[in-house]
Design a protein around this ligand. Structure first.
Ligand code: ZN
Length: 170
C-alpha cells in the first residue's frame, strides 16, 4: 500500500471524516478528535466485539448474525459510530464474513500493513478510533477489484427507513 495515502492509520490527535445523515447521505467533511483509548469500551461492547475491535480477534466465519444480510443500510463502527460501509457495496464473497468492494467514504476507513501470522496483509481500521475491522484483499469483484473482508462483530448495522430507500433509487 502507498504509505503516503491520506487515510493511512496515523497517530494524529484529530482526523477528518465524512459525516452522514441518519438516512445515510453525506453531509460533509468534519475534523473530529481521534478516539484511540476509551476505558469504557470493555463495558460498552460485547466480549466478541471487544476482542475483535480492540484485540484484533477474528469472527468465526458464517456464525455472527447479519454477516450475510442483504438489507439496505449502513454499517457503522461498533466502537465510535463512524459510518464505514454501505449495503450498496456489499457482496457475497462466500467467505462467511461481510465483504465490501469499497468503503462508504475513503476518509472514514484507514489501512496499515499487517505482518502478523507470517502473512503480509493490509489491515482495515476505523479512521476515527483505530478499531480493527478486518483485512483488505485485491481479489474483489468489479468495479474496484477490492475485497474489504470485515468482521460483523466490529459493525453496527443501521437499516435505511422506507423514505431513505426511495431516495436511494433516484
Ligand atoms: Zn470507530
Amino acid at each position: 500500500m502507498d504509505s503516503q495515502s491520506a487515510n493511512e492509520a496515523s497517530r494524529d490527535t484529530s482526523v477528518t471524516i465524512m459525516e452522514f445523515s441518519p438516512a445515510g447521505e453525506p453531509i460533509g467533511l468534519r475534523t473530529v478528535a481521534r478516539i484511540t483509548d476509551d476505558p469504557d469500551w470493555k463495558s460498552k461492547l460485547s466480549p466478541q466485539s471487544y476482542s475483535v475491535t480492540r484485540r484484533h480477534a477474528t469472527d468465526p466465519p458464517f456464525k455472527v448474525p447479519g454477516y450475510d444480510s442483504k438489507d439496505s443500510g449502513f454499517y457503522r463502527c461498533i466502537c465510535c459510530g463512524t459510518a464505514l460501509f454501505s449495503s450498496k457495496d456489499k457482496f457475497d464473497s462466500g467467505t462467511g464474513w461481510p465483504s465490501f468492494t469499497a468503503p462508504l467514504a475513503k476518509e472514514n476507513v484507514a489501512t496499515r500493513e499487517d505482518l502478523s501470522y507470517g502473512m503480509r496483509r493490509v489491515e482495515v481500521l476505523c479512521a476515527r478510533c483505530d478499531a480493527h475491522m478486518g483485512h483488505l484483499f485485491p481479489d474483489g469483484p468489479p468495479p474496484t477489484g477490492l475485497r474489504y473482508c470485515i468482521n460483523m462483530s466490529a459493525l453496527d448495522f443501521l437499516p435505511l427507513s422506507g423514505e431513505s430507500l426511495k431516495k436511494e433509487k433516484k
